[in-house]
Ligand binder design. Structure first.
Ligand code: PBG
Length: 333
């Protein structure tokens, strides 16, 4: 007599065999911590919709990246919150702009230990909150239109400013067509041939960036649906990733993470560069809120979501829990 249906269970019967049979692993070097630095403050400022996350002052940012280096995570992704904004986001490529100054300081502090990355997008720096400059002639009643090619010129200037500030990897998150090729060409022409490009290739328009708006004090009214991807479109996300690889992206990314694991898996199967995922502010806030009510096991939900994102195909993950997760992972070894 035989009961073959019971056989697979042997591989999960004991802690030792579960450990040996696990297919997917998460290690601190696969985690990247997104960080916010705000111009003109001297103390860190809490972000209400992201409990535990702050807008840093320059000083607190220096201390926090030193801690990130101690935890030996993979890197940090910096976002700047400027005091003054305008229509073209002038603070973005100003060498004295908050993000570029912060990048210099962080590179000086931890540039050897961590991959220091910078968000390359205009939305934090524009007074309308869009990722690009807007078209002059706006038809009455029509959707807000970004001027793609005028924005590419702003992105190349911003990319050069970030490379000069010492950023090792530029995170192109604006979803303009041709942005990777344009920035790559500008970097190479100025001798920044080793500066890496992380392309936010499959970036979906949607509700999960809500808390981020507070984090960067966003001026946005309306939405980004005319340039970010439609949540219903998976194949289009793969196509965007393939185009970005062709244009010279070193790494491609899918964002948000949990609602788009299928896209992540498809992109992973389609490209030969590393594929990363961004577990965004709304994903963070959901777990924090539920945990604060005692409705979910916080640590369990965090680690399960990170492991699930890795399993779906992410080689590395941008997550606001990077430091805490790294501590837990080390303790489990
Ligand atoms: C663009 C950018 C955004 C996020 C990262 N880069 C905002 C957006 O596109 O609306 C969102 C990250 C998050 O929600 O955690 N600068």
């Amino acid at each position: 007599m035989s009961f073959p249906e019971h056989r697979p269970r042997r591989l999960r019967r004991t802690p030792a065999v579960r450990r040996l049979a696990r297919e997917t692993h998460l290690v601190p070097s696969q985690l990247v911590l997104p960080m916010f630095v705000r111009e003109g403050i001297t103390e860190p400022s809490p972000i209400g919709s992201m409990p535990g996350i702050v807008q840093h002052s320059m000083d607190s940012l220096r201390r926090a990246v030193a801690e990130a280096a101690e935890q030996r995570i993979g890197g940090v992704m910096l976002f700047g919150v400027p005091e003054v904004r305008d229509a073209v986001g002038s603070g973005a490529d100003d060498p004295n702009g908050i993000l570029n100054r912060a990048t210099e300081a962080v590179v000086a502090e931890v540039g050897d230990a961590l991959v220091v990355q910078t968000d390359l997008c205009l939305d934090e720096f524009t007074d309308h909150g869009h990722c690009g400059v807007l078209r002059q002639a706006q038809e009455p009643g029509s959707e807000v239109a970004v001027d793609n090619d005028a924005t590419l010129e702003r992105y190349t200037a911003m990319g050069l400013a970030q490379a000069r500030a010492g950023s090792a990897m530029l995170g192109l998150s604006g979803m303009m067509d041709g942005q990777v090729g344009a920035v790559r060409e500008a970097l190479d022409a100025e001798g920044f041939t080793d500066t890496l490009i992380l392309a936010y290739s499959a970036k979906y328009a949607g509700a999960f960036y809500g808390p981020f708006r507070e984090a960067v004090d966003s001026q946005l009214k309306g939405d980004r649906r005319s340039y970010q991807l439609d949540p219903g479109n998976g194949r289009e996300g793969v196509r965007e990733a393939l185009l970005d690889v062709e244009e010279g992206a070193d790494v491609v990314m899918v964002k948000p993470a949990l609602p788009y694991l299928d896209v992540l898996a498809d992109v992973k199967a389609s490209v030969d560069v590393p594929v990363w995922a961004y577990q965004v502010s709304g994903e963070y806030a959901m777990v924090e809120a539920a945990a604060a009510h005692g409705w979910i096991d916080r640590r369990g939900a965090i680690m399960e979501s990170l492991l699930g994102i890795r399993r779906a195909g992410a080689d590395a993950i941008l997550t606001y829990w990077a430091l805490e997760a790294a501590r837990w992972l080390r303790a489990e070894l």
